[in-house]
Design a protein. Structure first.
Length: 431
């Protein structure tokens, strides 16, 4: 095949003209019956530009039945959702106006008081009945004594008869009181049950409203405005931050509890060591009353035993404090140091047991004094560490959590107000 002829240089290329496209008739049976559906496309929808002349007027299909429109920027809310919202709000408003939750708390408190009085009266009544039976048996035995024994037990018989008469009068009063309290308890129980039912109805209405809001204001057909979406996003962002801060708060609380326990151990160890110091003084004085250097009098021995017990108790408490501080340090590595070497310098009582004399007692007393000084220093360091952990807990956990929760609650209240405004605006259009 020969190549197409080229136009001579300097001449315009040839122009080719084609006939305009002819409109083709639609195939048989197209479009199907009932298509497009009524109300499609919606009002304002851009028309299909294909197959229509450029200058032809644009006509839109009749719009569907208009739904209740919300504030600017929100999509309309269906009438069914608006009617459901109105029904739920009427229930919530009615029950909250009646104050069913506050009434329930008061009536439950009254019910507990009546129950306590009823149970106490029942217990007293049962005790009185048992006591009456015992007195009747005792009186029967006293009446069966011989003449001589009856004279000797006359005063006891009189007392028994007096107590029996008193119980005979008291028991009917208790029975009447118990009956009234049972009746009052039953009546109060019915009141509480009725209020519990109404509170349950209130909670169910609130929950149904939340479900309705989730359906109306979430998803691709959300009726929310830009402001409601911003508040929703803010709440979604705040919740994980609060959860993270509460986890941190739990860790700081655990460390604070451990340090507080260590501080209490140091205080108790100081008290025990102070008692050991007193016992050591009595032990030294006891040496003046012993018959010889190889003997130990009862006064000296008692003070010596108490001294060893208190030193042992103090050592155990300091060890417990050291364990607590070590665990707290693992949780909070930046926590200030507390010197727990005092446990290594606790006075040993072995030589004092083997060589119990004036010299060993004075040596033990001097070691106890040194331990008291070390304990006082460690206690102050532990107290400072406790204050540091409490301040950290407050500044890094509790205060930020309170601020975040306040922000969350504020956003929640604003979101609820915005949503209610949208729904109320829709209700006005329903008439």
């Amino acid at each position: 095949q020969a190549p197409p002829a080229q136009a001579p240089p300097g001449t315009a290329p040839p122009q080719y003209y084609y006939p305009p496209p002819q409109a083709q008739p639609p195939p048989s049976g197209y479009p199907p019956a009932g298509y497009p559906p009524a109300g499609y496309p919606p009002a304002g929808y851009p028309p299909n530009p294909y197959g229509a002349p450029r200058d032809a007027p644009t006509t839109a299909a009749p719009a569907a039945a208009a739904m209740a429109a919300g504030p600017t920027g929100s999509k309309p809310v269906s009438p069914d959702d608006l009617r459901e919202y109105k029904k739920l709000q009427d229930i919530i408003r009615k029950l909250k106006t009646e104050g069913v939750e506050e009434k329930l708390a008061r009536e439950q408190s009254t019910l507990r008081t009546v129950k306590t009085s009823r149970d106490q009266t029942q217990k007293e009544l049962e005790q009185s009945k048992r006591k009456k039976i015992e007195l009747e048996r005792e009186l029967t035995k006293l009446e069966g004594k011989k003449r001589l024994m009856a004279k000797m037990t006359a005063s006891k018989k009189d007392r028994t008869e007096h107590d029996l008469d008193a119980l005979t009068l008291k028991i009917p009063e208790l029975e009447e009181k118990y009956t009234k309290l049972c009746s009052k308890y039953n009546t109060q129980s019915l009141i509480v049950e009725d209020l519990e039912t109404r509170v349950t109805e209130l909670k169910r209405a609130v929950k149904s409203t939340e479900v309705l809001f989730d359906r109306v204001f979430k998803g691709p057909n959300s009726a929310g405005t830009e402001e409601t979406k911003r508040l929703e996003y803010s709440m979604l962002e705040l919740r994980p931050r609060i959860a993270e801060m509460k986890t941190k708060e739990h860790t700081y609380k655990e460390a604070t509890t451990l340090v507080g326990g260590a501080h209490q151990c140091f205080l108790q160890a100081q008290q025990a060591m102070h008692q050991a110091y007193k016992n050591s003084g009595m032990d030294v004085m006891g040496n003046f009353f012993t018959p010889g250097p190889a003997f130990q009098g009862p006064f000296d021995a008692a003070a010596d035993i108490k001294k060893r017990q208190n030193v042992k108790k103090s050592s155990a408490l300091v060890k417990q404090a050291g364990d607590n501080l070590e665990k707290a340090k693992m949780i909070l590595p930046e926590m200030p140091e507390v010197n727990t070497d005092v446990i290594k310098k606790m006075p040993g009582m072995l030589m004092d047991l083997l060589l119990d004399n004036m010299i060993s007692d004075l040596r033990a007393r001097r070691k106890i004094t040194q331990s008291m000084q070390l304990l006082a220093k460690s206690e102050k360091e532990c107290q400072a560490c406790k204050q540091w952990t409490e301040q950290k807990l407050s500044s890094e956990c509790q205060v930020p959590i309170a601020a975040l929760e306040l922000e969350l609650n504020t956003a929640k209240a604003q979101l609820e107000s915005q949503r209610n405004a949208i729904m109320d605006a829709g209700l006005k259009t329903l008439g």
